[in-house]
Design a protein. Structure first.
Length: 402
């Protein structure tokens, strides 16, 4: 299986709802690369109802079943839920991977053997040895090289020779397999590293320490007597165990073995072949992890692009809707104004007709002035006519203070 073959299934809430109610979750979950419990939790998270216990048995026997509607959600309709159905297969493939370079390490003729004496060590091992022998033990009784560009080692002084023989043999075995070796800086220290399939693998060896209870010092005893809340305090000290641990510091948290320690049945010296095989698997694991992270990043960027595009369209459509509503409102207002103006004209016409019928008029000039004013008001309301000037036009000017 290639690390690029990571399939992605994209479903909307509505599509997942349809699939959950058309296929039993125990059958649907493997298709989506998730457990049935995980799928149920996912549906709960996105407010998707799931079939109750006994639903499929009732349906199989033709009994009546209820299917609730998909509730509305605050998430947009185009919201996507992504599944990676072959992610587990890819991880299982990692656990069984046998690269052409790692397979020979399992063969008996390739077994790595540690010499009883440190002979013809590599220059880096010799430099590390000199630095370790001059170093002072720390609070845990361990020493580590202080010189620059030395191996990643932290052990008790009595285990220096054994540790150097292990590291010297391991580095020579790495070189025999055509792998590069370098010392790189990391967090103000120096780390041993190699490259496998263009992936950097950092490793080191240290001694396991255990915490043991110790007697309190006179000062601590005084503090215990003085303060009641210190009376039950216990004091510990870390002591070296003599057990070494060869560890790979690189790689994601995927459950693969990356620590090889001394046990009652096997010591580190007999696990170097497995350690190198683990380095190859770690390199492949790093590739897979990076591929998955890059894919997630691409999906995130695509989702963000879609969100921005949707937001752009949303703003544009809302603006169009607002403009349309304004046009409709203006149309309705104009229609009402036109109807009012027509009503006023009919009233003015009736008023003029009443005056022309010979009815007594106290002041003809005043009537003529009023008819002109009323006609102007009707024209001001009529959206189809040019609005005559009016004192009302000056209202904004005189509504504010000087």
């Amino acid at each position: 299986m290639n690390t690029q073959d990571i399939e992605t299934i994209i479903l909307t809430r509505s599509e997942l709802y349809d699939r959950v109610w058309s296929t039993a979750m125990r059958n649907l979950a493997p298709e989506l690369g998730i457990s049935d419990v995980g799928l149920k939790k996912l549906c709960k998270r996105f407010s998707i109802p799931t079939p109750p216990v006994g639903y499929w048995a009732k349906k199989e026997h033709g009994k009546k079943t209820d299917k609730p509607k998909l509730p509305t959600s605050y998430r947009p309709a185009h919201f996507e839920i992504k599944f990676h159905p072959n992610a587990r297969k890819l991880q299982s493939h990692l656990n069984l991977i046998n690269t052409s370079s790692a397979v020979p390490d399992k063969c008996s003729e390739k077994k790595i053997v540690i010499p009883e004496l440190l002979s013809a060590p590599l220059p880096i091992v010799e430099r590390t040895k000199n630095s370790l022998e001059s170093a002072k033990p720390d609070d845990e009784g361990l020493v580590q090289p202080r010189a620059k560009k030395t191996l990643d080692i932290m052990v008790a002084p009595e285990n220096i020779d054994r540790t150097l023989r292990i590291m010297d043999t391991l580095l020579k075995a790495i070189e025999e397999r055509g792998l590069p070796f370098e010392i790189i800086p990391e967090n103000e220290t120096w780390v041993s590293a190699t490259k496998i399939n263009d992936e950097q693998i950092c490793f080191g060896i240290s001694e396991i320490v255990l915490r043991e209870e110790r007697e309190p010092t006179p000062h601590e005893k005084e503090e215990m007597k003085r303060w009641s809340w210190h009376q039950n305090d216990k004091f510990y000290v870390k002591v070296p165990t003599g057990r070494l641990c060869l560890a790979i510091h690189s790689g994601p948290s995927d459950g693969q073995r990356r620590r090889f320690s001394d046990t009652q049945r096997r010591n580190v010296e007999n696990q170097l072949n497995g350690f190198i095989t683990a380095m190859y698997r770690t390199a492949e694991s790093i590739k897979v992890d990076r591929t998955q992270r890059e894919q997630r990043q691409r999906e995130l960027e695509e989702s963000e692009r879609k969100r921005h595009e949707f937001e752009r369209q949303r703003v544009s459509k809302l603006q169009e809707i607002k403009e349309e509503e304004q046009r409709i409102s203006e149309l309705m207002n104009n229609s009402e104004s036109w109807n009012t103006s027509q009503s006023l004209r009919r009233y003015i016409c009736a008023d003029r007709g009443w005056a022309s019928e010979g009815n007594p008029i106290p002041n003809q000039a005043r009537l003529d002035s009023w008819l002109k004013w009323a006609t102007d008001q009707a024209d001001r309301l009529d959206p189809l006519k040019e609005s005559p000037t009016s004192i009302l036009d000056e209202k904004p000017k005189w509504s504010r203070y000087y």
